[in-house]
Design a protein around this ligand. Structure first.
Ligand SMILES: *Cc1c(COP(=O)(O)O)cnc(C)c1O
Length: 432
């Protein structure tokens, strides 16, 4: 009935999340409110981990891409599942460190890391740094030398794959700000340089071909391209690359018509390709790393809002305005993303209305979606937007000096605050 499996309807006709009444959550914590279901996060972590055990003999590591959703509590949950973490900034790394995360399981990404970020990454001992470009390699070599360290690195490679997804989230092709190109020889030159460096250890190659990808074929193709390159490095430089990081990007169900391949199928098919290609090329099977972000966080989350004005423009459209919008969910204004919405206090009714859900910011594009099927919504109703666990809270802003919502985690029928709602004093805390 709903896109996420943890959603249901109770005897009052209210929407439930993890068995808890969402109307009660809205009353208890206020709106807008982010709600994250801990069990959904944990189940996703386990499925990813178990599929590597089952199809690739456990020779690999799942690293949750924390840019999808990061806070101390999320890092603690990920750590307790025994998987690793990806960070892309000092802030995400600091959050992980402060949560007590084992830094040897952290990978550090980013196309333009600062010296300060690299120094901190070395000091806390991150497991690997994913180097994006040649100047970063030389900067890291110098910083590592000064610290008498030898960090493990991976190179981010552009495998040249078209992942059949939205242009803005397609990153594996040659015209991308991320990574080294294969076609031009840039990547091979960089590997030669890295092998000659004394204060970095080239442990692996990395690629990330995009996001919200439903097909498995582009991932299989990326694995083939990367293994060919690993074989070339072995043949021409006599150097063994031990780790293959295939990135994240696994699609999730935002709408009922979305049909992402189950992750187990992904791992089964990609493992098969890796094993047969390694045999054909005569190279050792590398450890496989994967970096799911959205697929762990998105289905765990919903956002609750209170309806304010309803504006019917005859023969044009109906706007239903909510007490949040682009500040807590900028994905529609960024790339026209689609969501399922439910009037939480009328969840047992049919969605016979078609409305545009509008936010409260001074920006016409501040919408959650257009022409969305919805129950008849009027002032005071609670609207739930589904599958908002990824790239919502983490992309939220204070535009219009709006306070960021609280994040509540639920588990076993109980709820707890993980991030407090911002206060008006938070809004001016750095102002002088
Ligand atoms: C964003 C990102 C991910 C996670 O992507 P999802 O689509 O959220 O799974 C993984 N790896 C890298 C390098 C990324 O930039």
């Amino acid at each position: 009935m709903f896109v996420s499996e943890n959603l249901g309807v109770n005897e009052k006709g209210n929407l439930t999340v993890g068995g808890i009444d969402t109307v009660d959550l809205a009353a208890q914590y206020g709106t807008p409110l982010y709600v994250m279901d801990e069990q959904v996060v944990r189940n996703a972590c386990r499925r990813f981990k178990e599929s590597i055990d089952k199809y690739y003999g456990g020779k690999g590591l799942v690293c949750y891409a924390s840019k999808a959703f990061s806070c101390l509590e999320m890092c603690r949950i990920i750590a307790s599942e025994g998987i690793g973490l990806d960070v892309v900034s000092l802030g995400e790394l600091y959050t992980a460190v402060k949560s007590g995360f084992d830094c040897s399981k952290i990978g550090f990404h980013g196309n333009n890391k600062t010296p300060e970020e690299l120094e901190y990454a070395i000091e806390v001992g991150v497991g690997h740094i994913v180097v994006d470009n040649i100047s970063e390699l030389f900067m890291l070599e110098e910083i590592a030398k000064a610290k008498n360290a030898k960090p493990s690195i991976m190179f981010r490679i552009k495998p040249g794959i078209d992942a059949h997804t939205h242009d803005f989230v397609k990153t594996g092709q040659i015209d991308s700000k991320f990574g080294f190109a294969l076609e031009t020889g840039e990547a091979f030159e960089a590997v030669k340089q890295a092998v000659a460096c004394e204060n970095v250890e080239l442990s692996g190659l990395h690629c990330h071909i995009g996001s919200q990808i439903f097909d498995i074929a582009p991932f299989e193709e990326a694995a083939r391209v990367m293994l060919d390159f690993i074989a070339k490095i072995k043949d021409e430089l006599g150097y063994t690359v031990k780790e293959l990081n295939l990135g994240g990007g696994f699609g999730i169900k935002y709408l009922n018509e979305h049909d992402p391949a189950p992750f187990e199928t992904y791992m089964e098919r990609v493992s098969k390709v890796v094993k047969s290609e390694c045999e054909r090329l005569g190279i050792e099977q590398p450890a496989i790393l994967i970096e799911p972000g959205r697929s762990i966080a998105a289905p765990a989350g919903i956002t609750l809002y209170t309806v304010g004005a309803r504006k019917e423009i005859p023969n044009i459209r109906t706007y239903v305005s909510i007490d949040g919008g682009m500040c807590d969910n900028p994905r529609y204004i960024l790339y026209g993303s689609e969501y399922e919405a439910v009037v939480a206090n009328k969840a047992s009714e049919e969605r016979t209305d078609r409305v545009t859900i509008a936010g409260r910011c001074c920006e016409s594009g501040d919408l959650i979606g257009e022409n969305m099927p919805l129950q008849y919504a009027e002032s005071g109703d609670i609207i739930a937007v589904c599958a908002t666990g990824a790239y919502n809270y983490s992309m939220s802003s204070n535009y219009n000096r709006v306070q960021k919502p609280a994040v509540v985690f639920i588990n076993n029928g109980e709820s707890r605050i993980a991030v407090k709602r911002e206060t008006l004093d938070d809004i001016i805390r750095n102002d002088i």
